[in-house]
Write a protein that binds this ligand. Structure first.
Ligand SMILES: C[S@@+](CC[C@H](N)C(=O)[O-])C[C@H]1O[C@@H](n2cnc3c(N)ncnc32)[C@H](O)[C@@H]1O
Length: 295
């Protein structure tokens, strides 16, 4: 593959997430095979089509790296990203929507149209949140779909998740980057900077995250000193899972993705308005890094 500065750079663990997506899509197509619905695939935060695997010594990434993922590396190993997994799995969807805010990556996605001339692919160079919310508003009556929501950081707005749930027709697979990005914005100092508060409020769709993350401690002189809880990650994962369950009606236990040194990075989560996909999603999530895409 031609080297490009627009390419997406990922850790080797990204394979776990993408293999899980591919396995779910393969199972989804089997289940929907005899149904007459129009099938729609939505990839918010779609990337560049291909991703370059980061060298193991680059496992430790900074917050800056995560929020702005442009990184240089000498490694030259590539894996297929989520758009290619979706295009190449099973009989495929009737319509694909790829949202990617980075123009250069979106251009690379547009090239996929030539590789798959018979597939209906729409590449939207725009913010995934407004794009997916618009799409959800006019989601066709006689359609069903899968949405893969794969942000680097806390950029997936709760409103977007809620809009997909509101269709009652879309299964969502979400990368919830609680360890990698979200927890790092929740500083030890409870006086979190306003721009990060806004990001987190939008991500959770509520300020509840703050009260779960910071516990009131009574100081020596009776003054209240909020302190960051050691259980912040577990509590916020629980909050997100509860909210997903309330919005969609069905969820399964999330799957933890770790880096090559075993450090937790993010959780893969599944939610749907229909329970039918739950046993499949549960099976795939439980496999964790042992999940293999169907051959
Ligand atoms: C984790 S990567 C996605 C990887 C992709 N799913 C794959 O499997 O190859 C996140 C992508 O989201 C894009 N992005 C960041 N903020 C965005 C936004 N608000 N709307 C749409 N895309 C965004 C980044 O440019 C990046 O390509």
């Amino acid at each position: 593959m031609k080297k490009s500065h627009a390419e997406n750079v990922v850790g080797p663990w990204a394979k776990q997430k993408l293999d899980a997506l591919e396995s779910y899509l393969a199972a989804y197509h089997k289940v929907m095979k005899n149904q007459k619905f129009k099938l729609i695939y939505i990839d918010a935060f779609a990337g560049a089509g291909w991703s370059r695997i980061r060298a193991p010594e680059q496992d430790s990434v900074t917050l800056g790296d995560l929020l702005d993922s442009e990184q240089e590396t000498a490694q030259e190993e590539y894996i297929k990203g989520s758009p290619l997994r979706a295009l190449g799995t099973g009989p495929g969807f009737d319509q694909y929507y790829f949202f990617e805010a980075d123009k250069r990556r979106a251009n690379l996605l547009c090239n996929l149209k030539e590789e798959y001339p018979h597939k209906k692919v729409c590449v939207a160079v725009e913010d995934a949140n407004s794009g997916v919310q618009n799409l959800a508003r006019k989601f066709p009556e006689f359609a069903r779909g899968v949405a893969f929501l794969d942000p680097y950081g806390p950029h997936l707005e709760w409103k977007t998740v809620e809009a997909l749930a509101g269709t009652g027709k879309v299964d969502a697979i979400i990368n919830f980057p609680i360890n990698m990005a979200i927890n790092r914005l929740i500083t030890k100092d409870p006086d979190v900077r306003q721009s990060w508060m806004d990001l987190l409020d939008n991500c959770f769709g509520t300020r509840e995250w703050y009260d779960l993350a910071y516990e009131q401690q009574t100081g020596l002189f009776g003054n209240d000193l909020p302190e960051k809880s050691r259980e912040t990650v577990e509590r916020l994962l629980g909050l997100y899972q509860r909210r997903l369950n309330n919005a969609f009606g069905h969820t399964v236990a999330p799957s933890l993705v770790r880096n090559t040194q075993g450090r937790p990075l993010y959780y893969l989560m599944w939610a749907s308005s229909h329970g039918r996909g739950a046993p499949i999603a549960d099976h795939i999530m439980k496999l964790g890094d042992r999940v293999r895409p169907p051959s």
